[in-house]
Design a protein. Sequence first.
Length: 319
Amino acid sequence: MKAFLRNFATVGRNCLGSMQPIVQQEKIMKGSYIRAVAAGIGLMCAVVASHGAAPTPGLYPYSFAGAQSVWDLSGGLPQTQGLRGPNARKLTWHTAGSLLQGVLSNMSADINITQGANGAIKGSGSADYSSNAGDVTMSFTVSGTVANNKAGVATVALKEGFQGTVTDANGKRYKLTGTMNYGLTIDQNTLTMYGPETGNVCAGGQCETFQQLNGGQPQVVSMNIPDYTMNGSWDLDLTVQSVKGTKVVVAATVTLSNGRTLTMTGVGAYTPKTDLTKVTLAGSTLDSKGTQLTLTVQGSDLAIVSMTGKLLGQTPTIK
């Protein structure tokens, strides 16, 4: 009987405190009634303590949007060069300037960008413009990053460098170079990116900044998200593969709204006292390298209590 009581006392410590006084009382009072009460309390503690259970192997799906949005900007980068506002003026240096004004105001550039799992953006493209006054040919390189600001809003820093040639109607050619810098904010309601555009453009040895071309003010631009299927929402399919004691082995797939997937694996630890499981996931393939998520989940349905991490340079968070 003593061993019986000690076993239940050990199981029940976390829910009703130490049961040692009951065992001690049993030593003093040999009546069957006291022993039965002690055993009953121990049994109740065992039931309470076993109420929380380690996760069961299986699939646990989650969906996120809004404050936890993740954006993939891979695709064709829209060009909205804005040197045609009311304050814009002509590039007046020479014929190259007039032609360049035409290409920057009317060009349709073919620029494609890709966003890495770490949020880095790379891309390239070209643009051509022809008129009776001559021709312009340009090539672009693009770099940048996607991240979240302190308020959790997704922001995009882009730099476009370009070079090429301007050929006037007489066949004279001018070297063309320049940069365009964007500080954009993603608006998840309109699915657009907006913000100031700064930079400079040079042709035939003459240069002007975009601010000069726009009456001294930075040009504010707005462009659509490159992929129309991208709305920031994403799904997480968490698979509990095995549970041994308090150790949990997991795998996961993140699926973005444009269909892009990120594969992750990880381990977790279950704490019986709190019925919480903490899981750490990291990208397990080349195209998901640099991604990571840390989840704290609770109960048999693994309800998310908190989440931190980094996906495509962004930090979806639940506190």
